[in-house]
Design a binder for this molecule. Structure first.
Ligand code: UD1
Length: 357
């Protein structure tokens, strides 16, 4: 059996690394990996392959950045050629990026079945490019691997109930597998002179926040007013926007430490020892929960509703006062059920793939 995996953005390298390991361990499936090149900076791409011991991609498309239409169209054009030549039994796509969308459209038009890892997530906000990518991908997929019960419910509401599996979240596999080595090997807390439990870590990269000067300004103002060190690994998109909107002076306070995007081990080390996380990333909201660190989400809604229901995640939106209010009222909930499975998601997905073809 031959599968073709499409990855392109940072979180997809983490997710794919776990399934690839499970596939290699049994060697019953041949995996061919395509990296679209959506993320191409060393610290957004290569370093993840090295650290996660992910085999070099068989094809690197080098698509790079562009408008949604341009980026997706270029991927589609290249992916179709590769799929026609490789003739895989199934194409695997992860999450909700433009690489996910291109992989699923290319495969569906030439009648190759699709497996979607992280199916069924919804924010119910179609202004998010990721929401459009998810809806289309789910409706084109033949195997739908859902991380949570909410995801299964969402698919049912849209009339999708065949070949839908509750597998748990593959990012949880990665957290369990890499947490201890990450904390042992990473020197980032020392390098940044941080004390465990005494700093915040923040990330902002969603188009809805980074492309809107007023939203970005309000978020950065909240960071400025925090009373503890705040580590801000800057996504290249946000770095460009801060310069473009002339907001640099909001991040010059001595308690705000802006750093380049960090590798996976450093991020796990930073998150697992932080006082709290402030983020608009989907992945970080989950990782915070998995590591039992409170999270304040800089959005009005979330796909990971269970993290909110259990009291670990708080939706603050972008307004300065609301963000500060959430920070000031942080409490550590007592209860943290295993909403993302048992860390054996890759194994479960591997078995379903084996028995599906
Ligand atoms: C993408 C995903 C988002 C995911 C994120 C993970 C889409 C629509 N969005 O967002 O869901 O959470 O990846 O990190 O697919 N850039 C660089 N170097 C890079 C990559 C990007 O400089 O290696 C800059 C470019 O200016 C680019 C901008 O970042 O235009 C945005 O990159 P893009 O890949 O389009 O989306 P992300 O914001 O990274």
């Amino acid at each position: 059996m031959k599968i073709l995996t499409v990855v392109g953005a940072r979180p997809q390298f983490i997710k794919a690394s776990m399934l690839s390991k499970a596939i290699k361990a049994q060697s019953k499936i041949e995996e061919i990996m395509v990296h679209t090149g959506q993320h191409y900076d060393h610290n957004m791409s290569t370093i993840f392959f090295d650290q996660l011991k992910l085999t070099k991609p068989d094809y690197y498309l080098g698509i790079g950045s562009g408008s949604h239409g341009e980026q997706t169209a270029k991927m589609l054009f290249e992916l179709e050629k590769i799929m026609l030549s490789v003739q895989p039994d199934i194409v695997i796509v992860y999450g909700d990026t433009n690489s996910t969308l291109a992989g699923s459209i290319a495969a569906s038009k030439i009648h190759i079945p699709i497996a979607h890892v992280e199916a069924g997530l919804r924010s119910f906000n179609k202004k998010m490019p990721e929401e459009i990518n998810r809806i289309i991908t789910d409706h084109l997929s033949h195997l739908l691997f859902c991380p949570s019960k909410t995801a299964i419910h969402n698919l049912k509401q849209e009339g999708i109930d065949k070949e839908v599996y509750l597998t748990g979240d593959i990012m949880y596999d990665a957290v369990i597998h890499f947490k201890d080595p990450a904390i042992q090997q990473s020197t980032i807390l020392n390098d940044l002179s941080l004390t465990a439990g005494n700093y915040f870590i923040a990330t902002v990269h969603r188009a809805e926040n980074s492309d809107e000067p007023e939203r970005l300004k309000q978020i950065l103002t909240a960071f400025q007013r925090l009373d503890k060190t705040i580590i801000l690994p800057l996504h290249p998109r946000t770095k460009n926007k801060i310069q473009h909107f002339k907001l640099d002076h909001f991040i010059t306070s001595s308690h705000i430490k802006t750093i380049d995007p960090v590798n996976y081990f450093d991020m796990l080390a930073l998150v697992s020892q932080a006082k709290a996380i402030l983020t608009d990333s989907g992945g970080l909201q989950k990782e915070a929960y998995m590591l039992r660190i409170p999270c304040i989400t800089l959005r009005e809604e979330t796909e990971w509703i269970e993290t909110v229901q259990t009291g670990w995640n708080h939706l603050a939106g972008y307004k300065t006062n609301q963000i500060l209010d959430k920070v000031n009222h942080l409490k550590l909930p007592q209860y943290s059920p295993s909403i993302f499975g048992d860390g054996r998601t890759a194994h479960v997905i591997h078995n379903i793939l084996l028995h599906s073809f």
